[in-house]
Design a protein around this ligand. Structure first.
Ligand code: ADP
Length: 282
């Protein structure tokens, strides 16, 4: 009697699990197991774990689908513009010099946009799930000083660097860390017109980098989304500002690869501060 009770209790969920798994295998569609029993035995736990795994896989596959759809959409826009200017050129030939010049300029701009977007997408794909390759000791102070000087010259904007130490050494991939700083400075330049401040601090365990601007800021409800791929706050202006909505997603990936943390504080019409914390080299 006892054996048959156990057999019944275990057998039904196991049969249902096997049939769900076979279903998934045949249809290629993720499904959850229907859990009826309320007794929290091992079989119940196994089914619940299986269901959690299905949810996670589904979430990842939805994200992947969304990413492909967003990337295709982003690439479709320049292709459409290029194609319509080519139609104009074919129709009018090169006889009308003004039209020809305008078309060639637009095709040139859109091709560049596509080239940059593809480059950014490839760099994002490369980062996801990878390990930093070229690890060495990097001084955040000299890296930031060099970049700030470069940005001030190129953009003719005041950027003040405050540091509480001559050097802050962290372990990392210098090129990738440089990329993070370029993304933050680039955003601060794009979304503000006033002075930009860069703060470098360290304590016993951490190196802290803060980039502060006094620009348009980000509404509170949008702040948690800005690290998502293709997320832009100002959708209407997106093409004019030249942004792809991928910068912060890339920066977050790089910071994660370096076991760092990233945080954003922002107030609309007041400014934005991005704070990144890295573990120090022992
Ligand atoms: P983008 O290439 O569009 O700048 P990012 O991923 O770097 O993409 O940033 C995502 C969005 O976050 C931007 O489109 C912008 O709306 C907002 N954002 C990022 N940095 C700032 C900033 N310093 N000030 C105001 N808004 C910002």
């Amino acid at each position: 009697m006892v054996i048959s009770y156990h057999y019944e209790a275990y057998c039904i969920p196991i049969v249902s699990m096997i049939s769900t798994m076979e279903d998934i295998e045949q249809s290629g569609t993720l499904k959850k197991i229907g859990i009826q029993t309320e007794t929290k035995d091992e079989v119940y736990k196994m089914a619940a774990t299986f269901n959690r795994m299905v949810s996670k896989l589904k979430e990842n596959s939805d994200k992947q689908r969304q990413f492909i759809s967003d990337a295709s959409h982003e690439l479709k826009t320049p292709v459409t513009v290029i194609s319509s200017f080519i139609t104009i050129l074919r129709r009018h030939g090169t006889q009308d010099e003004t039209i020809a010049k305008e078309a060639i300029e637009a095709i040139y701009l859109e091709t560049n946009r596509m080239k940059n977007l593809t480059k950014t997408l490839l760099s994002l794909a490369e980062l996801e799930g990878s390990e930093p390759v070229d690890i060495k000791s990097v001084d955040l102070v000299s890296l930031s000083t060099a970049l700030v000087t470069q940005f001030m010259q190129v953009y003719d904007r005041p950027i003040i660097l405050h540091e509480n130490s001559h050097s802050i050494f962290i372990k990392g991939d210098e090129l990738k860390l440089k990329q993070v700083l370029i993304i933050f400075l680039d955003n601060a330049i794009k979304y503000s017109t006033d002075v930009i401040e860069v703060f470098l601090e360290s304590d016993q365990h951490k190196g802290i980098l803060r980039i502060k601007d006094y620009g348009i800021g980000i509404p509170e409800e949008e702040q948690s989304h800005v690290f998502e791929r293709f997320y832009r706050v100002d959708k209407a202006r997106k093409r004019d500002s030249g942004g792809s909505g991928l910068g912060l997603a890339i920066a977050k990936n790089i910071v994660n690869l370096h076991k760092g943390e990233i945080d954003i504080q922002s107030k609309e019409h007041a400014g934005t501060e991005i704070k990144v914390t890295f573990p120090l080299t022992n």
